[in-house]
Design a protein around this ligand. Structure first.
Ligand SMILES: Cc1cc2nc3c(=O)[nH]c(=O)nc-3n(C[C@H](O)[C@H](O)[C@H](O)COP(=O)(O)OP(=O)(O)OC[C@H]3O[C@@H](n4cnc5c(N)ncnc54)[C@H](O)[C@@H]3O)c2cc1C
Length: 294
């Protein structure tokens, strides 16, 4: 089948990969290159920070982890880390070697330097014969395809006529990595503070700003993030600040992954798209090929 995938973030590219692998003729159409997507701004730690229990989340997370384990891709490391604030999160069965640790949990998971990984994934997708075009779509109708996959992140809502999508802004600060062994996410405060080392740099965060529309970093917020992260991980004191950036999470009450006629929708991953993408991509490929998820 001829399939057009709208979107070249982690969700669009992983879907395109699975579809091409299944033998479909795939074109990706995206408003901008992967390096400019929300996916490229992510902290990149794989666990589902989703408060509401949803069995699909556990399945998609475990499937994504298995893919990252098997890929040996640049930008991906498996690290141990801690998430504080809930000693018994419902998603714990999805991650590797979890143990309760004080007021939180410790576990091993993939930590993804997303700009590096997306560049690699784009080249893998191209090697499978996928064509990539950069132009914005104003509609999913009239495309030269048998099936269209709507994986356009925040842009997916307008394309689907779904008004329930909300941008949730997130500012992060990259600092030079002093050699931190693992990640830590602290959800015990009024906002979430996280320190995610990638080898060359550490992603320090963060903020959650529902309704935010711009991606201009705020210097006052940068200073506040650095203060919170140093308190959480004192080895960051004096680390060189490399850059600040803002991404807009494509938030929806729950992920929409469903086929409607000749369109397969896959969007609304909020703050967990890196975690869920490969699990969702398998379901997207099944919905395109067989019309249902096995
Ligand atoms: C600060 C921050 C930290 C995060 N940390 C994590 C984390 O640690 N772990 C985790 O799992 N997740 C994390 N996330 C969430 C994650 O980044 C998102 O869930 C994920 O990037 C969503 O991927 P996506 O492919 O759906 O959307 P995007 O990456 O936004 O990609 C959307 C694509 O669609 C294209 N597009 C949009 N509109 C149109 C249109 N009209 N026509 C054509 N193309 C269009 C865009 O150009 C882009 O290519 C974080 C997010 C932020 C902001």
């Amino acid at each position: 089948m001829r399939v057009t995938v709208a979107g070249a973030g982690i969700v669009g590219l992983s879907s395109a990969y699975r579809l091409a692998e299944a033998g479909h003729t795939v074109t990706v159409v995206a408003a901008a290159p992967p390096a400019e997507s929300t996916s490229a701004a992510a902290g990149g730690v794989l666990y589902p920070p989703v408060r509401r229990a949803d069995e699909r989340i556990v399945r998609w997370t475990a499937a994504s982890l298995a893919v990252f384990r098997g890929q040996d891709a640049p930008g991906v490391r498996f690290r141990r880390g801690r998430v504080l604030g809930d000693p018994d999160p419902w998603w714990l069965p999805a991650v590797e070697d979890p143990v309760r640790d004080g007021d939180g949990v410790a576990f091993t998971t993939a930590v993804v330097d997303t700009p590096v990984y997306l560049g690699w994934l784009l080249s893998r997708v191209a090697a499978l014969g996928v064509r990539v075009e950069y132009r914005p779509l104003s509609t999913l109708s009239g495309l030269d395809a048998d099936v269209v996959v709507n994986a356009a992140g925040l842009g997916a809502g307008p394309l689907a006529g779904d008004a329930s999508m909300v941008p949730v802004g997130g500012q992060v600060v990259h600092v030079a990595d002093p050699g931190l062994p693992g990640f830590v996410v602290d959800g015990t405060g009024p906002g979430v503070t996280y320190v995610i080392p990638h080898g060359g740099h550490v992603v320090c965060g963060g903020t959650e700003e529902p309704g935010r529309g711009d991606t201009d970093p705020n210097p006052g917020v940068t200073a506040d993030i650095l203060r919170r992260c140093e308190a959480l991980e004192p080895r960051l004191a004096g680390a060189q600040v490399l850059r600040s950036l803002v991404g807009l999470r494509p938030f929806r009450r729950e992920v929409r992954l469903a086929r409607e006629g000749d369109v397969v929708h896959c969007y609304g991953h909020g703050g967990a798209g890196i975690t869920l993408a490969w699990g969702c991509a398998a379901d997207v490929a099944a919905l395109v090929t067989a019309g249902r998820v096995p």
